[in-house]
Design a protein around this ligand. Structure first.
Ligand code: ZN
Length: 211
């Protein structure tokens, strides 16, 4: 097994930032870089991880706030991946304007994910699953070799993503969880955008929103 995932919790909303690293080449995908991206960059440098890509689960401001800083700090060109249905959210303040403050990302995605696509990352496959409900273009990243899914704000330990913001829809969100999360093997680790990790089995047993 050559991939590892490391977590760093950063920013005023305690976002979990994930590093998917190939242990041999040190190439690294960083998922959802939030505020304090300089600290994420420093962690990568200390560990000799070479960040080559930024992958975004969804374009809310707290999941993209570190993109520009990473682009600025990196010496190489970073690929930036987003699901197309969240591009308008990306370009319109990531939901911040609805909360009453200004926010913008100057960088733009360099490629778009497709639903069901399997992206090869150094001999492992990472599956893209479109999971609307929290936002229209929300995706999760499923790594079968690691029995792990990076879930963004779709599902949390004992809870689910909020759906009261523009683009949110609760029944769509629950449907996404049922079709794209609960169908994964029960032992699958679920790494959420906020809070502790959980598993599919634990959420089937205890998540009150899925009863
Ligand atoms: Zn969100």
């Amino acid at each position: 097994m050559s991939l590892t995932i490391h977590t760093m919790t950063l920013g005023p909303l305690s976002n979990n930032v994930y590093f998917i690293t190939d242990t041999q080449t040190r190439e690294t995908i960083i998922v959802d870089p939030t505020y304090q991206a300089n600290l994420a960059f420093e962690k990568a440098q200390k560990n000799n991880w070479n960040i080559s890509q930024i992958w975004i689960t969804h374009a809310h401001f707290d999941h993209v706030a570190g993109v520009d800083e990473l682009v600025r700090l990196s010496t190489s060109q970073l690929e930036i991946g987003l699901y197309p249905e969240d591009l308008s959210l990306w370009k319109n303040g990531g939901g911040a304007h609805d909360m009453g403050f200004f926010f913008e990302v100057k960088s733009e995605p360099t490629f778009f994910f497709q639903n069901g696509e399997e992206i090869s990352f150094n001999n492992s496959e990472i599956e893209i699953r479109h999971t609307p409900g929290h936002t229209k273009g929300h995706v999760i990243f499923y790594l079968p070799d690691l029995e792990t899914a990076i879930c963004g704000d779709l599902i949390f330990q004992g809870s689910v993503g909020r759906t009261d913001l523009p683009g949110g829809n609760h029944s769509t969100l629950i449907q996404s969880i049922r079709t794209e999360i609960l169908t994964l093997p029960p032992e699958t680790r679920l790494l959420s955008g906020h809070g502790p990790e959980t598993t599919v089995a634990e959420e089937i047993a205890h998540n009150p929103f899925l009863k």
